[in-house]
Design a protein around this ligand. Sequence first.
Ligand SMILES: *Cc1c(COP(=O)(O)O)cnc(C)c1O
Length: 475
Amino acid sequence: MADPLQEQDSAERALALVHQTAGPYLASLADRPVHDPATIALIDRLGGPLPESGAGTIAAVQRLLAVAPEAAVHSTGSRFFHLVVGGATPAAMAADWLTSLLDQNSGLFVGSPLASKVETIVLDWLKDLFGLPSEFDGVLTPSATLAHVTGLAVARQWWARGHGVDVAADGLTGLPVMPVLSSGYVHPSTRKALQILGCGRDSVRTFVRDDAGRLDLAALERALSELDGAPAILVGNLGEVNAGDVDPIDEMADLAARYGAWLHVDGAFGLFAAASPRTADLARGVERADSITADGHKWLNVPHESGFSFIKDRSLLAATFGAWGAAYLPEFDAERISYNMLGPESSRRARALPIWATLCAYGRDGYREMVQRHVAVAEHLGGIVDAAADFELLAPVQLCVTCFRYRPPGVPEAELDELNARLGRAILDDGRVYVGTTTYRGMTVLRPTFVNWRITEADADLLVAVIRELGPGLY
Ligand SMILES: *Cc1c(COP(=O)(O)O)cnc(C)c1O
């Protein structure tokens, strides 16, 4: 029998094993494939029945280390362009290890004054980085999806209040469907948040003026005026995942002001546009939003799980999440903030520490530079694609996404979707670079995204080389 109480001194040795793995692993990222599909079979070595008698600390950690670093998707390296996935800066990674070492329960101030106070510090720093007024309150979340749950729960509280109901206390019974209006850029996670909140994922009405999903502002305004003063939620999308386009947030804020609506902004990655003067215009007006979602594990390059929600009205935030009503829990105290009264979680990780470390390490300059570098990489790839006879650029590059398809001369239009889908699969099987396909304006296309701090132009050049190597064999 192995019992941790009998193995107390094994923690340091187990950590040393992880540490010994770290250096060679990080060094290998430059050359190894992003993923080797053959390693999926290795994962089965971790299967089998629940151990009756434990292997002990060291043996268990060794067994995991024999599989996990090999079988992982090496998205923390510089050639993972799929989805929107950041890496982990050296400072963030080290602070994330420290977070596990200290294992703070960061829900209540009494559980960790350290985590609570650092959370307040990093929320202030993040507001500063994004040019948001200090009046915004906020809370760290595990993801943008949970930041949507947070922001839209507060929006729902506000909306129900407009109907004379305290939804936190009494629920949704008797209320109409909450009107949620957006463009075609609305992300599935917004719908998921609405689904969780009992507002229905299909309640979102979209107003589009083209097949990319761009907002039809006039139609949105007509819909608002037809609501006749009833409260409504506008969702502005600051960074659409197929091509990196944005909704006109400032104009949406004008409409929200004119019709008394709530403006929620999904800035999961796009909020970082505000960190550079070259892209800040894309985010213009975001400071006028009522609630804002963003991710730490994307462009901030903090390890998963990291997101944040900013809310303009603290009293609403506290009304939505505050009343636990349990005798053993303290009352809300603005000097000793218990962040679980400002968000959906109870016990939570000290996810402020890696955010603090990375912002301290690289500062405003470092993040401005990183955002500009990634936009430049996306533009660099866009330039290659646009000039080439075998590629087609499908949207202007504005942020960190390049949306294009492979279009070698002579392949009929009707076969291009299937060719690009095959190409997408071939790239993932090859593994040197990692990129996904999507459907954009009815076409199957590639949409590499550049938000990992390690990425440079050379990585985008490799993507082009890999496509030109694999592509001709596919048609
Ligand atoms: C990634 C993303 C989300 C969801 O973020 P998670 O952190 O994965 O929950 C929401 N909106 C946009 C625009 C995104 O890119």
